[in-house]
Ligand binder design. Sequence first.
Ligand SMILES: Nc1ncnc2c1ncn2[C@@H]1O[C@H](COP(=O)(O)OP(=O)(O)OP(=O)(O)O)[C@@H](O)[C@H]1O
Ligand SMILES: [Mg+2]
Length: 319
Amino acid sequence: MNGKIVVDHLSKTFKKGGVQAVKDVSFKVEEGEFFAFLGPNGAGKSTIVQILTTLMNATSGTAFVAGFDVIKEPEKVRRHIGAALQETGVDPDLTGREMLELQAWIFGFGKREGCLRAEELLDIVQLTEAAERRIGRYSGGMRRRLDLALTLVHEPAVLFLDEPTTGLDPSNRMAVWEELRRLNKDKGTTIFLTTQYLEEADNLADRISIINDGEIVASGTPKELKARIGSDLIALTPVDGGDEDRTLHLLKSGLMDADVIRKQEKILIYVEEGTRQLLEVARILDRENIEVEDIQLSSPTLDDIFLKITGEGKKSNEQ
Ligand SMILES: Nc1ncnc2c1ncn2[C@@H]1O[C@H](COP(=O)(O)OP(=O)(O)OP(=O)(O)O)[C@@H](O)[C@H]1O
Ligand SMILES: [Mg+2]
């Protein structure tokens, strides 16, 4: 089984609207690796997944999945992958069980084997009780879990999951996470997952690439990325008419291991140990008689991370 993904200078421009959705993207996913693409709405995640799963052609560049060229050998690629996409076409009149048995038949299972596989998968995604209900009546979360089960029927070498937990409640999200971890560890399935949640990528992936506006802006293990980003964020709003430049300068020089940047009326401080640094920030403000309207400690959101990474990009371009 060759579960590798190799993407080289991939670009996609949609004729309609002329949107350049993917801009010269290159990356590799090793066999057995759990890889996550992290990015906001419109970043180009689904476009890349569709190209890699042979549902769409790239404008330029090459991509190999499981050892086969997605453009020249699409049938071979399809035989080695499973894909749970954002928009799937399942027949709402079939029951969950029927849909799984149909999928098993498509992949060449015999009748008995197919029934057994369906039973097993219903159990894994916790849909046994809803197995006889029509898919049209499933909730969003149940549909997502059925989508996942459908991709697992033939035990693919590479699994593509496009935002598999968006819209799931916390317990269903955990159940999907567990199953994905098990597949990756026990079966050695290579997993390519897209998500908008930093927490999801952090919890699951061996390696993450952050994608924004069609480009990979940062890549690394969760640990490496967090070291770059800082795991906590202190946001403070100086009082109206306060000297923001001075505050910014004082915080920058006073805090050793922090990145301090300005975002509109706020000052954002990216740090490793938020609580300890919060005390230090309070000390500096107090000593310098700087008044603030508001001060908050939180985990950075994807937005904060992009802001930081694109800010870094600008800095290095200027040098
Ligand atoms: N079929 C299409 N025709 C024209 N433009 C498209 C098409 N599909 C996507 N786009 C555009 O390409 C860009 C990337 O879209 P894509 O669906 O890949 O983003 P995404 O990262 O999957 O976002 P989301 O998190 O919202 O699913 C967007 O600007 C989108 O409007
Ligand atoms: Mg998408």
